[in-house]
Design a protein around this ligand. Structure first.
Ligand SMILES: *Cc1c(COP(=O)(O)O)cnc(C)c1O
Length: 416
């Protein structure tokens, strides 16, 4: 039980592992789950993947912990940071717990053991989970009516905020950003709060962006806090780091968008964006003492009940993200991000030389070019994504792993 001891000390748990160590750890965890082949497991609506379609004896699986996880198909239903969970999948749930701890404590500077969380279907679900929790909190703890609760976020926020407003039946107020800097300001926050208050809103679910989808812009969360305090608002702050969560914390400079800031109560990260994990790897993190506002006690057939929005979900997803982080280690991850930043800088310099107007946050790998510089043919050839497919005003380049300088050069040529 060496692992338990390590968790209890001050040592970091995010340490680079060799391929052999990673493989051993995952196979050991799978062996601690129930085994439908060797044991008599008669009461769960679950089994391994259909072996007629997915052969279990394939030699491909021997050195492939992720594929083996898919074949065994553990169900990580529920939340595993709370103590009690489905005992059938205890082995791989431990890997998910470790992943949550790495994200909350080591990437986002929270205190060890002080966070709950789970691997959600994506950023959309993780954002919905946060907003759901705070809506229920305001209703239950402060006797708020739905009409008195609202979402407050910038106009550059992801559309999952509008989805959440619709699903949870609460209003949403958007803070204007300045056209060129994409920044919110005290004045624009004040205008949004005043208009919300005029419509009877008393409780604010605030979303601060750690890199927006279209611009990679980052909200100055202090501006929200100052303005909300000045106007004596009741609020909770969630950070949407679906795009930036595995990028921004690894760039040089201070950040207020992590758990060292007591104002930040929860965070969304998406491993299927910058971490190149399989789809289905949104990560939801929240301080201890909050996730119970999303508990569904009626989930009585689930051991430990269900504190998540999703229900059944694949344990292989958590394993994939854990494997990616352990393979690189914290320093390898920093280097990976550093290279993407350098390529971004290179592209920005080229655009400057061509006198092309663009937006780029100095700590981001998104470059958003004003549409007047981009002929529709160029956008199509290079797969540039517009802000709006009907009336594009901006096109973005996202410097991902495969977006190398060799790949960027032809675009520079086309734009010149
Ligand atoms: C992509 C994205 C989301 C939504 O994530 P999905 O995984 O597609 O559900 C939310 N917020 C931001 C900032 C994003 O970039």
């Amino acid at each position: 039980m060496l692992r338990k001891n390590t968790r209890a000390t001050n040592m970091s748990i995010w340490n680079k592992l060799s391929q052999e160590e990673i493989q051993q750890r995952v196979f050991d965890a799978l062996a601690e789950n129930i085994n439908y082949v060797d044991e008599n497991i008669l009461g769960v609506p679950a089994s391994y993947l259909d072996e007629k379609v997915f052969p279990h004896e394939s030699p491909l699986l021997r050195d492939a912990p992720f594929l083996s996880s898919l074949i065994q198909n553990p169900n990580h239903i529920g939340c595993h940071t709370l103590g009690k969970s489905e005992s059938f999948f205890a082995g791989t749930q431990q890997i998910e717990r470790e992943l949550i701890e790495i994200c909350a404590a080591e990437i986002l500077h929270g205190e060890k053991g002080q966070f709950d969380g789970y691997v959600a279907s994506g950023g959309t679900e993780a954002n919905l989970q946060a907003i759901w929790i705070y809506r229920n909190y305001f209703q239950r703890k402060h006797q708020a009516s739905r009409e008195e609760i609202c979402i407050l976020c910038s106009e550059d926020s992801h559309y999952s905020m509008d989805k959440a407003a619709n699903v949870l039946s609460i209003d949403i107020f958007k803070v204007e950003v300045e056209e060129d800097s994409r920044e919110i300001s005290s004045a624009s926050i004040r205008v949004a709060i005043e208009s919300a208050k005029a419509q009877g809103k008393k409780h604010f679910i605030v979303i601060a962006n750690m890199m927006t989808t279209m611009f990679g812009s980052v909200d100055k969360v202090d501006l929200y806090v100052e303005e909300l305090k000045k106007q004596a608002c009741h609020y909770k702050i969630h950070v949407d780091g679906a795009f930036g969560g595995f990028f921004y914390p690894f760039t040089k400079g201070q950040s207020k968008l992590n758990f060292s800031n007591p104002e930040i109560n929860s965070v969304t990260l998406d491993a299927h964006k910058m971490a190149q994990a399989p789809y289905g790897t949104g990560i939801f993190l929240i301080r201890k003492g909050w996730i119970h506002y999303a508990n569904t006690q009626e989930a009585s057939y689930v051991e430990g009940e269900d504190f998540t929005l999703i229900g059944s979900r694949s344990g292989a997803n958590a394993i994939a993200v854990w494997m990616i982080l352990m393979k690189h280690g914290p320093f390898g991850w920093r280097e990976k991000i550093f290279i993407l930043q350098k390529r971004t800088e290179w592209m920005c310099d080229e655009l400057k030389k061509l006198d092309i107007q663009y937006y780029n946050h100095s700590r981001s790998n998104i470059i958003t070019i004003q549409a007047r510089h981009v002929a529709p043919k160029i956008a199509q050839t290079f797969g540039l994504v517009p802000d709006n497919h009907d009336r594009p005003q901006w096109y973005k380049i996202v410097i991902m792993e495969h977006v190398t300088i060799e790949r960027l050069l032809p675009l520079v040529m086309a734009l010149s």
